[in-house]
Design a protein. Structure first.
Length: 320
């Protein structure tokens, strides 16, 4: 507790008074934060969020939660709007989580525009934006991490080691703070969704996780905060990800079952685009994310491709 007096050093009477005072202060905040009218609240500390959640729980309100890193787009908004239909109240977190970025990934360059996010959230009917600071989430000497074995070491986990450990840790923390009844994730991050579901099951978290479909641009490019990094030419080239996925789907629908042949066709399609460099193309089981050789039932075709310097991901589920 650097910079603060140890509790033992404060006389008991004063200590009680201090606790009462800080409780009073939190209650005052909570009252300010209470959702008496339609105003969206912005809460930027963990204690204030926890106090509000306590009040909402007492009132028997159900909470829908959408964790995001901000720089919102229609993909995020579709999650907010669905959450709004299912629950009394929608909480959206905006937090660019430092521990899910690798040493070579530039977190400082991650796009941010809180004012715009605020307006978009309000227009989508969000009730609370939770906007904690890095210091609040990871105070000095932070030591606890959540790690899901197996599922995290394939697909994106190969080129982004440690990424999913950062994701599960922050989502577990956010779940503990927001205590949602339902949480909403996008199929866009297919592997992340499978991992979060596994974490919730394994850790007996009483949260209903919903995974919603990918929202795309007109040319099929999956919406992503990272698309802003693309130059106009790269933006055009980026459509090749979805094009290769739909081509693969057509091939399967036409009767092809050998995954090697399908991924080869996808590779050839993508390689025709000069700015594109494939990180991986995989056809896996939707449940355990293990490679599939011969397609039957439901499979996930997932890929990560660099367009210039920007790494983009996309996927499609195909049933036969
Ligand atoms: P992010 O802000 O990128 O961490 O994303 C927050 C949530 O939005 C995640 O659950 C994503 O999977 C989801 N999401 C991002 N892009 C899309 C999209 N194009 N369609 C649907 N959901 C998305």
């Amino acid at each position: 507790m650097r910079g603060r007096k140890a509790p033992e050093a404060i006389p008991k009477v004063a200590r009680n008074a201090a606790t009462k005072q800080s409780k009073k202060r939190l209650l005052r905040f909570a009252r300010n934060d209470a959702l008496e009218n339609d105003n969206m609240k912005i809460i930027d500390t963990i204690p204030r969020m926890s106090t509000l959640v306590k009040m909402l729980k007492k009132e028997g309100k159900s909470i829908g939660f959408v964790p995001t890193m901000g720089y919102l787009h229609e993909g995020h908004l579709s999650l907010f709007k669905t959450a709004k239909k299912h629950t009394d109240l929608v909480v959206v977190s905006i937090f660019v989580n430092p521990i899910q970025f690798g040493p070579k990934e530039d977190i400082d360059k991650y796009p941010r525009d809180f004012k715009r996010d605020e307006e978009l959230s309000r227009s989508a009917g969000v009730d609370v934006i939770f906007y904690p600071s890095e210091k609040d989430m990871y105070p000095e000497n932070y030591k606890t991490f959540v790690f899901v074995e197996g599922l995290t070491e394939t697909l994106c986990g190969i080129s982004r080691p440690g990424h999913f450990k950062g994701v599960t840790t922050v989502v577990a923390k956010l779940f503990n703070i927001v205590r949602p009844d339902m949480a909403y994730f996008g199929q866009k991050d297919a592997q992340q969704a499978v991992i979060i579901k596994k974490m919730v099951k394994d850790l007996n978290m009483d949260i209903d996780v919903k995974v919603l479909g990918i929202v795309r641009e007109k040319d099929g490019l999956a919406m992503s905060s990272r698309n802003v990094y693309l130059s106009p030419d790269e933006r055009k080239d980026a459509a090749i990800l979805y094009k290769s996925l739909t081509k693969a789907e057509s091939l399967i629908k036409a009767g092809e079952r050998e995954t090697k042949k399908i991924t080869k066709m996808m590779e050839e399609t993508i390689q025709k685009t000069p700015t594109a460099k494939i990180d991986y193309i995989s056809i896996v089981d939707t449940g355990n994310l293990k490679d599939v050789n011969v397609i039957s039932g439901e499979i996930l075709i997932a890929l990560a491709v660099f367009i210039g310097k920007t790494r983009l991901i996309d996927n499609i589920i195909v049933k036969v």
